[in-house]
Ligand binder design. Sequence first.
Ligand code: LLP
Length: 421
Amino acid sequence: MPLYLEKIELNALAKQYGTPLYAYSKLSIVEAFKSFDEAFGTRAHTICYATKANSNLAILQILLELGAGFDIVSGGELQRVLEAAKRSAHQGRHIFNPKKIIFSGVGKTYAEIKLALQAGIGCFNIEAFAEIDMINSMAAELDIRAPISLRVNPNVDAKTHPYISTGLKENKFGVPIEEALEIYQYAATLSHLDIIGLDCHIGSQLTEISPYNDALDKLLDLITILASANIFLKHLDIGGGIGIRYNDETLIDPKDWIDTIKSKMAQNQHAKNLEIIIEPGRALVGDAGVLLTTVTLTKENEGKYFAVVDAAMNDLIRPSLYDAWMRIVNTKPSNEIKRIYDVVGPICESTDFLGKNRELALKSEDVLAVLQAGAYSFSMSSNYNSRPRACEVLIDEDKAYIIRERESVESLFALEKELLV
Ligand code: LLP
């Protein structure tokens, strides 16, 4: 069982709220956040949680009340963060400063830029040359200044799955590091921009520290070059990407990572006093979640066993999309014969599986748990096959609180119009 959900009877939880069900441990999120936060000590820093990993408002509230900032990639995520902040303020729990929001993403639209400027976010992470003019002109229209940082692509191999690697030349993210000086110099000529930072994000689920070091060395060289061109920054944003253990991966210790960043920065006179920003997503919420699902039936096709469960690729697409391996366990000890099962959903696609070739003892009606399902799980879910999305609950100690109701089928077609032609 996942470390933080020991106090809760997952089987009983599934019976009470129905399945598929996402359950998240509050304590796990708090402890993960602290492991990063405490590693910074007194060093100026902001941990900007990558909202996309899990954007449930209650999860955002937990993080913002811990002092997190947010890395957002859409107007929708911005509105979510603002709504979470509003709720925490209304409840008298926390006043959030929108300056702790940074806006990444390769295709910010004018409407999104406007929304972000009006909200007073802390920084736009520029990912394309053309974006500079877009942000400058929108800021001019609103008669305000836009704080910007350039997301550079350092061309390092993050040694992760190609679909979640972002720091290579062939990836669409950021601007080539070789062009950065020129782009900064251009930005400096524009009337409504304030250059405040430099950032990069090289990929997700990293399990080795060396790609970070390679990227950081390149960033520090660039900071020196910028300083000699009289461009001085306020922060350096190293991005996110710290991996978690789904199976037997070796992990990067947040403290080692942050200590290395601090010491490398201390050796550069133009970087030593910069605020450090990081953008972890998975490492803050991944371990906190499980997806509970009930076995509908088992079947055997000529010696191959399937456990057909009531969760599917619409609830959890990581296995189908990235061939991601996520641990699956029975929430109760079972006397059934252990067999090698493919754990599959009911969706009409051969890629609809949660796990292949898993040794499990189970029977129909048993509740299985897919572990480490706190990140990129619910947030990537869909309504494919007209399946309402799962209920989400937050576990605090031994109590469960619903943080998102199960969707109704009616809500799925509520926006659809009668045929008129
Ligand atoms: N910052 C930026 C600009 C990002 O694009 C991402 C993730 C992060 C931070 C956070 O990365 P993390 O710390 O969570 O690794 N859906 C995939 C992961 C996609 C990550 C996209 N960007 C998965 O399920 O593995």
